[in-house]
Write a protein that binds this ligand. Structure first.
Ligand code: MLT
Length: 318
């Protein structure tokens, strides 16, 4: 049986599948050629990350396909319900990348409060007189410790973000859809195995956005942005926003306006509208730090994802 890992698979997962007798093909097949390729090679399962789309037309045109594995969390690139209605098995690996995404959020946060992204681009050559000027420009850095971090979306990734935030001394708050405030405990586990339970206050979105110094989003793809002009206006002056969830959850036009008029001090976008190419206004803004959707792109996360994919596929295909 052949498995096409069209957006790749980590070596550990590939080995597990091969040891179980499957042929794993890691050739990247272009989207337009995918249907032909699957049919010609009688592919039984396809593994995708976010780049490859598995839509109705492909599902209908590929009768050999029995399983779709999503190497990651978001299933917005797959017509999941349709595939299931046609008898295909569809699964993802929801927990394997949470820690990596959360760490990327903090990479962006620390980079933002110390202007690393902008200073990297502006370092002068030897003898350039702008050195002093730059030092002055970047003098007003901020510490994260003691500031309020607002998390919109308190699932696996949101909770991992909360743990790091609490660990570095932030006041962490999270969104709830209920109108009442409540508290949930998250467990911080230290390197020596010691565990500490710490409470995170959950409050409605309008209260969270008014209180937070930094806002990070961890929600699935939405039809309409959850952060638009109105929400931006209700935020604290100088707020910073991180999006490592999905493009489209923030209205980018409104965000750029808010950056230009100083309401938002910086934004970091690992996911943005029109991926993989950010809008020019987003790309050119020195207060936007961009990364090419790499939340899950660590060796550790990919190894875990590979192993989870292999376990599911072996069970489902055998
Ligand atoms: C996910 O949904 O797992 C992430 O966005 C990472 C990815 O798509 O590769």
């Amino acid at each position: 049986m052949k498995i096409l890992a069209n957006d790749g698979i980590a070596p550990g997962g590939k080995q597990q599948l091969e040891a179980a007798g499957f042929e794993v093909i890691t050739t990247k097949v272009a989207q337009e050629q995918l249907i032909n390729y699957i049919n010609e090679n009688e592919i039984a399962a396809i593994i995708v990350r976010s780049a490859t789309k598995v839509r109705k037309d492909l599902i209908d045109a590929c009768p050999t396909l029995k399983v779709i594995g999503r190497a990651g969390v978001g299933m917005d690139n797959i017509d999941v319900e349709y595939a299931r209605s046609k008898g295909l098995k569809v699964f993802n690996t929801p927990a394997a990348s949470s820690a990596s995404v959360a760490e990327l959020v903090f990479a962006h946060l620390y980079g933002g409060v110390r202007f690393l992204h902008d200073s990297n681009r502006n370092m002068p050559l030897e003898g350039d007189s702008r050195f002093k000027e730059l030092k002055k420009n970047y003098a007003g850095g901020r510490e994260l410790r003691g500031k309020t971090l607002g998390i919109i979306g308190f699932g696996r990734i949101g909770q991992e973000v909360a743990k790091i935030g609490l660990g570095v001394g932030m006041n962490v708050i999270a969104c709830t859809s209920s109108s009442e405030e409540k508290e949930v405990n998250v467990t911080l586990e230290f390197f020596n195995g010691q565990k500490v339970e710490l409470p995170v206050k959950q409050l409605p979105m309008e209260e969270l956005i008014a209180e937070a110094d930094f806002i990070t989003l961890h929600i699935p793809s939405q039809k309409e942005p959850v952060i638009g002009k109105n929400e931006l206006q209700q935020m604290k002056d100088g707020v910073a926003i991180i999006n490592a969830a999905r493009g489209g959850v923030i209205d980018e036009v409104a965000l750029i306006e808010a950056l230009e008029d100083g309401k938002v001090s910086f934004a970091a976008l690992d996911t943005f509208e029109n991926e993989p190419t950010p809008a020019l206004k987003v790309l050119m803004n020195g207060r936007v730090s961009l990364s090419p959707h790499i939340g899950a792109a660590t060796n550790e996360a990919q190894e875990r994802i590979g192993e989870e994919l292999a376990e599911h596929l072996i069970k489902l295909l055998k």
